[in-house]
Design a protein around this ligand. Structure first.
Ligand code: NAP
Length: 320
């Protein structure tokens, strides 16, 4: 089969379209003929090997050869212990370990997948597993966002952010989106009440405070985030620098005890139930999958460059 392969950390130039062995499913896995796979910042991070946590698979060399985690496609073959799917079923989900999706075929464990509703395209379904579930677990479950809450989303114009704005508005919050100025109209179109350009204004230094902050791209100190929270507010780190992960883990509990402000890591738990909750919201027209651009498999390098250079508004999808 054809796949986009890489053997060293680097720019999108290290990605090559190659002929590789078609994978065969283990007993608990299904082989999926991939129709669409969306691109995430985690692909970019694992391509360039930064932040440091992106090298967890291999410090000096990538631990995987094929990136791509959020697939949608048709079941071609099911392992012998698989009970929920059969050949021909249309499925979508998050690949185990976040890799293997930029290919014509991929194997995924049964419990990582859900049946794709017939009314949803493969492209739309592929936007959900990582970005949609980050937003759902951040806004609905951990953040427990409700009417009148003031919510700030940092990195709101990207994949997870575009879902998070819509969900926060759906649950009745007043939403502030932080991203570059070129994404202002985009964030407003999704429901952001206020927008901030991170290149011109530091939201932790403008005197405003929020009930909840969802931080997709964290590079400030936990003390800055504490300042931007109301006394009983919550801050959730989703992605960003490794130093902020350690700060959050080490100082978050102390800040919680001494000030009541809740500063935590959002460790996303992928699960088909949450993916299906999002498809219901989509089918009801309450949440829209925002696809900025689509590329063929051979143009994964261009797609990753577009995302890595910060142009993407919402999601990028590869049509395999
Ligand atoms: N916690 C978990 O369990 C978990 C699980 C999976 C993934 N993740 C992480 O979640 C994150 C998801 O990101 P995503 O896919 O939504 O990324 P994305 O689509 O690239 O969106 C990030 C957005 O942030 C903007 N941005 C860049 N620098 C910024 C800054 N300093 N301040 C504010 N905005 C800035 C980018 O636009 P410009 O570049 O144009 O400015 C872009 O619009 C990744 O870091 C991934 O590693 C976490």
């Amino acid at each position: 089969m054809k796949a986009i392969v890489y053997h060293e950390y680097g720019s999108p130039d290290v990605l090559k379209l190659e002929e590789v062995q078609k994978p065969s499913p283990r007993d608990n896995e299904v082989l999926v003929k991939v129709q669409a796979v969306s691109v995430n910042r985690s692909d970019w991070e694992t391509l360039v090997g930064s932040p440091l946590y992106a090298r967890s698979g291999g410090l000096f060399k990538p631990g995987v050869e094929i990136l791509g985690s959020d697939i949608a496609g048709r079941v071609e073959m099911a392992g012998r212990n698989v009970t929920r799917f059969k050949p021909g079923d249309e499925v979508f989900g998050l690949m185990w370990g976040y890799h293997g999706g930029f290919a014509e075929y991929a194997c995924a464990p049964e419990n990582a997948l859900a049946l794709k509703p017939a009314g949803l395209t493969f492209e739309a379904a592929s936007t959900i597993p990582q970005a949609g579930v980050i937003a759902l677990q951040g806004i609905r479950d951990k953040g427990q966002v409700g009417p009148g809450h003031k919510v700030l989303i940092n990195g709101a114009g990207g994949g997870a952010g575009s879902f998070a704005i819509q969900l926060a508005r759906l649950y009745g919050a007043e939403v502030t989106g932080v991203d570059s100025a070129g994404k202002f109209d985009f964030m407003r179109s999704l429901g952001a009440d206020h927008v901030i350009d991170y290149t011109r204004e530091d939201f932790t230094k403008n005197g405003k405070q929020y009930d909840m902050i969802l931080d997709v791209i964290a590079y400030r100190s936990v003390f800055d985030y504490k300042r931007a929270l109301k006394p009983d507010g919550s801050y959730f780190f989703v992605g960003g620098s490794t130093a902020i992960i350690f700060q959050t883990l080490l100082l978050g509990p102390w800040i919680r005890r001494t000030t009541g402000r809740n500063i935590r890591i959002l460790a996303v738990q992928p699960n088909p139930k949450d993916m299906l909750d999002l498809t219901e919201l989509m089918e009801a027209g309450k949440v829209v999958p925002v696809i900025d651009r689509q590329y063929p498999l051979s143009e994964v390098p261009q797609a990753l460059r577009y995302l890595g250079e910060g142009h993407a508004k919402g999601k990028i999808v590869i049509n395999v």
